[in-house]
Design a protein around this ligand. Sequence first.
Ligand code: PMV
Length: 365
Amino acid sequence: MAVDFLGKDIVAGGPNQGSVGWRSPSNIAIIKYWGKYGNQLPQNPSLSFTLSQAYTETRVDYKRTDQNDISIDFLFEGKSNKNFENRIEAFLKKNIAYFPFITSLHLKIESSNSFPHSSGIASSASSMSALCLCLMTLEQKLTESTYSPSTLLKKASFLSRLASGSASRSVYPISAIWGQHHAVNSHNEYATPFAKMHSVFKTFHDDILIVSKEEKKVSSTAGHALMEGNPFAKARYAQANERFESLLEILESGDVEAFGKIAEDEALTLHALMMCSDPSYVLMEPNTLSIINEIRAFREDHKLPVYFTLDAGPNIHLLYPDSIQNEVDPFIKEVLLRYCDNQKVIKDHVGSGPQEISTFTLDKS
Ligand code: PMV
């Protein structure tokens, strides 16, 4: 139990009911977290870019009750969703010591994504960080806890990590690191902002080319677990540590070419680890490989810094600096769109992090 993050009970005399809300973005890992131990602790450090256009909005309506137990209703995109509700309830139950005040409340939680459901975008990072930020705002409103802005984000990151490891990184603007490394003051229990980033990366694009919007055949949870028997696991964790350290320097210096090499190597390593798990599995599709080949050919022919990364799925994240957007746009339209499901691409870029909100632009209810 992480004593620093334990929560307080509700105080008498506060508001009887009300609502809180957060918009929180997804993130894309450049150094991948793949393999965990204990209670959601990472086997290696990871570093991500925070996105902007792929986000979740979550509103929590609360009402005091005297039932002294967890009581929630969950609506996803305006509709009751028992599967998600059970998962959230299990998370709340398991971690109740960090927000005991919710046992004095009934919570109606409504969540919507800016990206279409089942678009193949991992939504746990945005949705879990949005929910945990709402819990933090509730804690501040209804208990005697007062947090500085940085401690609030630290606890929000800690809670998000317990829900979904990669969600720990979504609470910060621009870029975040999660997992201990000797070169930097980072932690396994929560992420911290990576502040030393060169300006070229602060406006980087990440256009998400949707190759398939099918649900993944193997979940991330199962994928992490398979790392335990993976014969390359030890070498992988050592490699991730080395690449992480190199990337810190690269991001500070603004070396886009060196960045692109690490981003692509990490993406292919992640998928190689899946292919040599037991049982083995492949999450890339034929069109994923076609796009990778097109990107590499375009880069070679045009001498332009366009790179890719992949999440645990078949979709390609196209990474490039803002200065070459006018050259990359026609490449996407004329060459890459034909490989995408329904020609779908989500144009995204490095973003400014979560925001507390009272107006919900995605409200479906
Ligand atoms: O947060 P999880 O358990 O869904 O794992 C995410 C793992 C990757 O997205 C593949 C890599 C990462 O660091 O985000």
